[in-house]
Design a protein around this ligand. Structure first.
Ligand code: PBG
Length: 338
């Protein structure tokens, strides 16, 4: 007797649900895996000792002084997290038109890098962000002359900033400024200074996104920017072919890892880059994405653990190797108990 549903293609001979019946078979055929070693944990560092400050728009994330950041870094090592990314919260009194504090070797990011490197040795990657926005009074990533962010002059400063960070012990230099030609220039500057082993992770496809709002609160650049946009250097969210050009150029210039940012709204870009290039890809689940998930969880609209882990898997499935996320320590804890 023929099956009543046999007119529908290969059914009933083929039943995909057979492969979903038990944990062991689901585990066996799972196409994507996530581990703590895929994670990069961004942290915000402030002056002082024994100090933390809450960030209203990012509940659960705190700015911390360097001594506490060092303890956090040691926790990252224990949790098996691959790397941390340090973002300095520069006091307003140290911000200038040109962002001079970026080139002070005792500044927050370099001091934090030295302290963490000393404690954690080579058990943890330390990512240092290269851009001027934590240090400028106007909050832009580059030097501003006549209301224009001047490309080549900015790149010269970024090269010096990168070398200083490498001297402090950075394992990864991550230019997030989106100036043209900065990857090649920084690679040359690092090599000339004897840092040919330092990894270059470029924010290659970084979009002019409204999802960075809470980050700008966290580092205090929101009021400096005063509503100004970064559209003259960050990418237009409408574009995808342009991401291919950005990444192709960064690879030519010597990038070791290319990043897509933001994350969840840009999974198509991650997938496209993964299909087009053979290079490790990082994705940044940015502050606004963190806030969306976190506030929804606080309101009991979403299960935090399930949704965050699902978002991590989505990044890996799209083709990302590394994931920058403020959830990193929590994700690592959830994975450890599984
Ligand atoms: C600064 C920088 C930004 C982020 C990382 N580095 C903000 C910006 O470009 O304005 C955003 C990170 C986040 O939103 O979590 N160059």
């Amino acid at each position: 007797m023929t099956h009543p549903l046999s007119s529908f293609g290969q059914f009933p001979g083929t039943r995909l649900r057979r492969m979903r019946r038990w944990d062991w078979i689901r585990g066996m055929v799972q196409e994507t895996q996530l581990s703590a070693s895929n994670l990069i944990w961004p942290i915000f560092v402030i002056e002082g000792t024994g100090r933390t400050e809450p960030i209203a728009t990012m509940p659960g994330v705190e700015r911390m002084s360097i001594d506490l950041a060092t303890i956090a870094a040691q926790r990252a090592v224990e949790l098996g997290i691959g790397a941390i990314a340090i973002f300095p919260v520069t006091p307003a009194s140290k911000k200038t038109e040109r962002g001079d504090e970026a080139l002070v070797s005792e500044n927050l990011i370099c001091t934090a890098t030295r302290a963490i490197r000393e404690k954690c040795q080579d058990k943890l990657g330390i990512v240092c962000d290269v851009a001027l926005d934590p240090y400028t009074t106007h909050g832009h990533d580059g030097i501003m002359i006549d209301n224009t962010i001047v490309n080549d002059l900015t790149v010269e400063v970024l090269c010096k900033q990168a070398v200083l960070q490498a001297q402090a012990g950075a394992s990864v230099i991550a230019p997030s400024d989106m100036m043209d030609g900065r990857v090649g220039a920084i690679r040359t500057a690092l090599d000339q200074a004897g840092f040919e082993h330092v990894i270059l992770m470029s924010y290659a496809a970084k979009y002019a996104s409204a999802f960075y709002g809470p980050f700008r609160d966290a580092v205090g650049s929101a009021k400096n920017l005063g509503g100004a946009s970064k559209k003259t250097y960050q990418m237009d969210p409408a574009n995808t072919d342009e991401a291919i050009r950005e990444v192709a150029l960064d690879i030519q210039e010597g990038a070791d890892i290319v990043m897509v940012k933001p994350g969840m709204p840009y999974l198509d870009i991650v997938r496209r880059l993964h299909d087009s290039f053979s290079i490790p890809i990082a994705v940044y689940q940015v502050s606004g994405e963190y806030a969306m998930l976190r506030f929804a969880a606080q309101a009991s609209a979403l299960s935090e653990e399930a949704c965050v882990l699902e978002s991590m898997l989505a990044f890996r499935r799209a083709g990302a190797d590394a994931i920058l996320t403020y959830f990193a320590p929590r994700v690592a804890e959830w994975l450890a108990k599984e």
